[in-house]
Design a protein around this ligand. Sequence first.
Ligand SMILES: [Fe+2]
Ligand SMILES: [Fe+2]
Length: 259
Amino acid sequence: MHVDRRKFFASVGGAAAVAAMGHEDRAEALEHYMTDRLDRRVGLAETAQASAELRVPRGTGNLYRPTAGGFEPMPDKPTLVDFFERRFAPARHVLQSANRAVETGQPERTVFACLLHDVTQNLIKADHGYWGAQLFAPYVDERVAWGIKYHQALRFYPDDAVGYEYPDMYNRIFGEDYEPDEYIRKDYEFARNHRHYMEARLITVNDQYAFDENQRRIGIEEFTDVIGRQFKQPREGLGYDNSPVAHMWRSIIDPNRPL
Ligand SMILES: [Fe+2]
Ligand SMILES: [Fe+2]
């Protein structure tokens, strides 16, 4: 995807607004700009502009932003696929990531982690890797949650051994002196020496290629079997299983609830 620096800056409130952001926030803003563009293709600038005028915080996930349409009702016992179809859709970026992992022969666990890695952007954009890890932890292999958490830090750090380069785009958009925040650097160093390192690293490898506006439409149904094997779907439905994160799922089920 080509990112027009000027349009990206405009979408977040102009060059002064970008200059005032911390490094991590800038990177987050760019990733979300690209994800949104991929899903909507057009109209993002207007939406972002409208949000800016309404002073919606930039870290607000799409489900909590001004919307022209309502929310499709969820079934009584919602499954992960229901969330993909009714709350995360079109989710093209994560579907492309997962598809890329399939095409490059990655283990199923990595395919699954790629499928989930950014969906929390719909809930809250800031620190999406950390939110994602927590949202999924009770239902997935610990390595999947771990990978989702640390992909956020690892994207800034190259790893020649797996062909992951520092994204050229960060240089182009943010300049050569881009410095990840201190907590990101610390988490990277922790992850780099951890036995699960590759779980997160492989997400970043597939991430890079997953902003293709011209790629065929990939449906969540292509991953039904993977989800069936990798996701421990609670019988009561997500949000109603009394897990430590049930409230997070309920917030996604009905973003309109005032209390
Ligand atoms: Fe991400
Ligand atoms: Fe991503």
